[in-house]
Write a protein that binds this ligand. Structure first.
Ligand code: ATP
Ligand code: MG
Ligand code: MG
Length: 569
């Protein structure tokens, strides 16, 4: 079993359960469906779903769809896909918009209690009245409206009587608070916009803090885990939860019954943790969206993208991303993780799990002249050197082979261990060969090597034990399958693509070599793989059969990560 995780959030949960503060744990993952999830979200997903699972609780997937203008059902589908792909399942799929009626009743309650008022200041005036970090704000001239007056105005807002921006519903808290979030923040705004779930039912929409805190309370969330930038919002979160008091006022939950939703309100607790930051990446939905819409990448699932869809297509496994989140850990300390940590997690996962295959990405023909023209044999290779359970496969071998162009040197540099004219090398799993002849075209380009196989050096024979400096991989030319091989690298060539201090943007830091497509050959057992199958191509790297384009007849492989870190400074 995996070691028990003991970060501060899990310690709080453990303590809360031990003290009997909750019977069961309930968390939620609340993405806004305005883009695809990215690798940062993987941290939140693993934490929200992981904590629930480890403590026998449940986690909801809640689409935070309170902002109607930016949302798209395409994202909703992708979010669900991504969460499941990472290995998690939600107890309930909910939408913040499921609670619009409840939220509205809560707003009326605040108005009746004198805790909220309708304000006629314009957005600009609200900003002027708000004050600054060092200056207290000023009360809105509308702050002293009576509850009756406010209720009438709120109901007319809800009835659609006023144009966008004409009025807001504001919490009545403290314009002198040192926390600007508490200076009478807006709870509702007027927006005559159609919503993907509620259509034209609502001309007013709840603001984030109000909707989020109360959605948590409605769902009976016990621990509401979010990133550190919400720390300053926590007093407002608590204010909303306490003033509305859904637990003490089940009548506010009546609209849930009409929708067939359960009434399970609780008082939630918000706990903040530091976001995942990784150098060499951009990780905001806005920038990831721009990369797609500006055509800087080939789509949301371009294998160079740091969306979960992109990472998946690149060959990142769910296990590698969960490993990353575990290695990075959960704390309140902001930090930037080195990209090599991400790659290291993938290497570690695939080293243990991915079957080995042979592929040649820059092919050079090698003809073994001492084998008959029609010679073919089938060699047995183990699929994984450290995992016998992965079994074996048959690898065809005949007179004509492909080897890597870079495994041959006419004039070898110092310390060269691979093939040279007149030299010997071991062909992985096949025997020792000698290069007898180098064939060139009219321009002096090497187009073929001719050599001989030492018949006494076949695997298992006494003669195979001769000391030979190098071993190279190969693909049988007759049975090998031509493959499109996409060599991906980091999308950005600098550690801080977000840095705009030089008057540049992340667009200026795109790595021009982030994608290179070559024509290579793979052994039949690689070609036959289903899309999304991962392999280690021996000596070359970890590759995955492309999720969209790979077929056994026309194989397409993406390089997920090289065998070693080549970026180390
Ligand atoms: P972005 O700011 O990158 O566009 P977001 O925070 O607006 O993302 P949401 O859909 O609101 O995206 O996020 C859903 C959840 O994922 C939130 O709880 C948020 O705190 C969390 N989250 C977003 N980015 C990260 C990150 N880099 N690390 C950890 N958690 C994150
Ligand atoms: Mg957000
Ligand atoms: Mg954000």
């Amino acid at each position: 079993a995996a070691p028990e995780k003991r970060d501060f959030i899990r310690q709080i949960v453990r303590e809360d359960l031990a003290q009997g503060r909750h019977q069961a744990i309930r968390t939620r993952f609340p993405p806004e469906p305005n883009g695809y999830l990215h690798i940062g979200h993987a941290k939140a997903i693993c934490l929200d779903f992981g904590v629930a699972a480890e403590f026998g609780g449940v986690c909801n997937l809640r689409l935070d769809d309170t902002n109607p203008a930016k949302e798209d059902p395409e994202f909703v589908t992708a979010i669900q896909d991504d969460v499941r792909w990472l290995g998690f399942e939600w107890a309930n799929l909910r939408h913040a918009s499921d609670y619009f009626e409840v939220l509205y009743l809560a707003a009326e309650k605040l108005v009746k209690q004198g805790d909220a008022f309708v304000c006629d200041l314009s957005a600009e005036e609200v900003r002027e009245y708000r004050g600054t970090l060092t200056e207290p704000g000023r009360n809105s001239p509308y702050r002293d409206r009576s509850p009756e007056q406010n209720l009438d105005l709120l109901r007319r807002m809800r009835a659609g009587e006023f144009p966008d921006g004409a009025r807001t519903l504001r919490a009545k808290i403290d314009m002198a608070s040192g926390n600007i979030n508490l200076r009478d923040p807006a709870l509702y705004r007027i927006k005559h916009v159609e919503h993907q779930n509620t259509g034209n039912a609502w001309p007013i929409y709840p603001m984030y803090d109000f909707a989020h805190s109360l959605s948590d309370a409605v769902e009976g969330i016990t621990h509401s885990l979010c990133t550190l930038e919400f720390e300053d919002h926590r007093p407002l979160y608590d204010w909303c939860v306490d003033k509305v008091d859904l637990v003490g006022h089940p009548e506010l939950l009546q609209p849930l019954l009409d929708k067939g939703l359960p009434r399970e309100a609780a008082k939630p607790r918000q706990i903040e943790f530091s976001r995942l930051n990784i150098n060499f990446t951009v990780m905001s939905k806005r920038k990831l969206t721009q990369l797609v819409t500006e055509g800087l990448v080939e789509g949301w699932d371009d294998p160079r993208m740091y969306t979960l869809q992109g990472l998946r297509r690149r060959g990142y496994t769910p296990a590698s991303l969960r490993l990353l989140v575990d290695r990075v850990g959960i704390s309140k300390q902001n930090s930037v993780i080195d990209f090599s940590v991400l790659e290291g997690c993938l290497r570690d996962d695939l080293d243990a799990s991915a079957p080995r295959r042979m592929a040649v990405i820059d092919p050079l023909k090698l003809v073994l002249t001492n084998l008959p023209e029609d010679h073919t044999e089938s060699l047995t290779f183990s699929n994984h050197p450290k995992d016998e359970a992965q079994g074996t496969r048959q690898v065809p071998f005949s007179r004509e082979l492909w080897i890597e162009r870079e495994d041959f040197a006419e004039v070898p540099p110092k310390g060269w261990k691979r093939l040279v004219p007149g030299g010997e090398v071991r062909l992985r799993g096949a025997g020792i060969i000698k290069c007898d002849e180098v064939i060139k075209d009219a321009d002096g380009q090497i187009i073929e090597l001719r050599g001989t196989l030492d018949p006494e050096s076949r695997p298992g024979m006494e003669g195979a034990n001769r000391k030979i400096k190098g071993t190279i991989h190969w693909v049988d030319a007759k049975a090998g399958v031509a493959a499109e091989i996409r060599l991906f690298d980091r999308l950005f060539s600098v550690a801080k693509p977000d840095d705009e201090s030089q008057g540049k943007t992340y667009r200026d830091y795109l790595n021009p070599d982030s994608k290179r497509v070559v024509a290579g050959f793979v052994e039949p057992a690689a070609a036959q793989a289903a899309p999304e199958t991962a392999f280690q191509f021996e000596r070359t790297g970890y590759f995955v059969a492309d999720r969209r384009d790979h077929t056994p007849g026309k194989p397409v492989f993406n390089r997920s990560v090289t065998l070693r870190d080549t970026w180390a400074a």
